[in-house]
Design a protein around this ligand. Sequence first.
Ligand code: C2E
Ligand code: CA
Ligand code: CA
Length: 737
Amino acid sequence: MSDIPLVIIEDNDCEQPKLPLDSWKVVIIDDEQSVHDVTKLALSDIVIQDKRLEFYSAYSAKEGFDLLGQHRDCAVILLDVVMESSEAGLELAERIRHELHMEMVQIILRTGQPGYAPEEDIIKRYEINDYKTKNELTRNKLYTALATAIRSFGHLSAISESKKGLRNVIDASANLMKEHSVHDFASGVLQQINALLKISTPGIFCVSQRPLLEADNNGHLVKESYLVVATSKKFSEIYGVKIDEISQLEAREIAQLALSTKKHVFNDSMTALFLSTPSNWTGVVVLEGQVSLSRIDEELLQVFCLNVALGLENAKFFTRLNKAAYYDGVTSLFNNTGFIESAKKVIQQANERVTLFVIDIDYFHDIVESLGFEFGNKVLKAMTSNLKRTFSAHSVISRLHSDVFAVLLADTDMTVKDVVKECSKPFIVEGSSIRLGVSIGEAHHESAEANFNVETVLRHAKIALRVAKESKRGAGQEFEPHFEDEARSRLGILADLRNGLDQEELFLVLQPKVSMGTGEVVGYEALVRWEHPQKGIIPPNAFIPVAEQSGMYFDIDMYVFRKSLEILEKHPNITKPISVNISANSLHHSEFIEELKAVMNTHPFDINKIELEITENALVRSDMAIQHLNELKALGFVLCLDDFGAGYSSLSYLLKLPLDVIKIDRSFVNYISDDSNAMFVLKGMLQICYDLNKTVVVEGVETLEQVDLLTQQGVDIAQGFYYFKPMSIDEILVNAC
Ligand code: C2E
Ligand code: CA
Ligand code: CA
């Protein structure tokens, strides 16, 4: 019952319909008094379509114009041609149409001279409906002319009234996205019925077919059940009920009869209009009061019913769209839009402050890629249940997009740590227990603060999330005001970076790798630097993460690759290989290998002189990345696993990949000095690497103590400030060749 567009029509909200006219107004405009007298006398007791005639007189075109201004609802004008001037009547006819905008009134022109007929173009130009000579003022002829004119007038009026009603329905349909528009739509129906059927009914309800094959509360498919979707006040207690639960017997029966016979049903006290659309949607409008079919044109009734049916069908459709606009289809939580709307309410009710957590599942993309979309959806649903269990009923929980959730709480003591703890608890998906890593951004807003709105708090939480993801995956970060300045400067950087790449402002420095046994330089790592024309040298940590998010990472990696080849080409003295960093995203890029080959073709080089460094995150079970890795191996590159030990992946998995060198992360080196456990792990790792014929490089070696410890363990190669800092090419040529 929840998705039906239910409305109660407030009777007094609807424009009161015009009551049926009890007479037709006929205006006689003629400068001869006798014409007035004869006409009135001849037609005095005539009744046309149950109504009498009511006469008004004017004796000149000018007087006629003023009189008509007060009787715009007049049905027929008997108009003399020659009055103040020889064409005064014709000129008045034009003013009636174009100044008074009386489009429906029927104008019967009367000319003095027998045999005189107005030219055809005059009839057209002045929209004259008929003409008669004055000697045709016999009762019979006048009656026939008037009856024809009045029938036309009645017909046109009905069309016009119905058009107004249709306009309401069309306008309302166009606005149905908003809730009150469903109301507009239903009142449009009521208004239209009143206008078209010329009855004033206080009681009306619309019964609409449920969408075909929609599931009921028990998950069973229901076919063709009907619900009351709109009612006037009088019927309000049956609003929302099924058709067979309508308590008023007569109303229920007439509705059911119309639906079963697929026809309109008219009886003494009620009318049921059967509605259907080309898409097989059906419904019925039941109204109190008798409708005489002779009052309306059969075709108009069909058009009317089709419009109401389409409108109601649309109303349901739009309600569903509306639902889609605010809710996420996978988890049934609010989506981004729904979140903003609901959060506004929570914010208004908060006493002191609101807290927002934006929660991002780590490596969700990899989960989907390796275990499939369906499994991914199950993870999202499991996460949803977890969140619902953890947070109070008063929180607003939403899935903002893909794997990002938001939870808004009013006046809570919960901290980001509590949330990380809750979200990292294992849960069951497809029978197995899984534990997700999450990164969380937290932001607050005090209700006393200016700018207290959901958009701000959401922006802050998202910025905090990004900081959390960059610096501490698997943890949380509370928003700090200086993040915002940094975010702004990042945006500035991004705008400049494209230009910097085009202008070749980016250049490479090389950091030597050293054999621990001999102290010899055995290779170099290429590290990018950016010389910004205003800001000076910018380190990669200030722009690589921004580039990763913007898609520019790919261009940077290709640029560095090309520059490395150029260095080798230009400086034959550099005989040891240069290793180039490849960002995780590039390795996933579908055109990565093609682009790389294109650069290789334009810069001939010895494949043994280039190594590629790939971070462990890039290799977490992505088919595309593994495929690219194999292709790189086939091309002959030496492949190096960068930052090993900083992530969470399993060593045995990584060692199955075609990697030649394992580069142990610099954080690891920090641990070994004072943690015997780390030393123990390092020993084990080295053993496995040697067994599998992998070369080991340890990076971030800064002190003699570290050098000693690593040498004792038989580490091959080291890189770090203890030996060399990254250096310009000129410095390398002098000091480290
Ligand atoms: P990374 O690949 O782990 O590079 C090593 C970083 O450690 C370099 O920082 C280097 O200067 C620094 N380093 C070297 N020895 C020591 C040491 O003894 N102690 C300490 N504390 N640090 C040391 P850098 O050049 O600032 O680069 C930072 C990161 O930026 C790199 O980490 C890499 O992830 C990224 N990056 C740098 N150049 C490129 C590039 O050309 N392409 C891509 N995709 N990423 C790059
Ligand atoms: Ca590296
Ligand atoms: Ca590294």
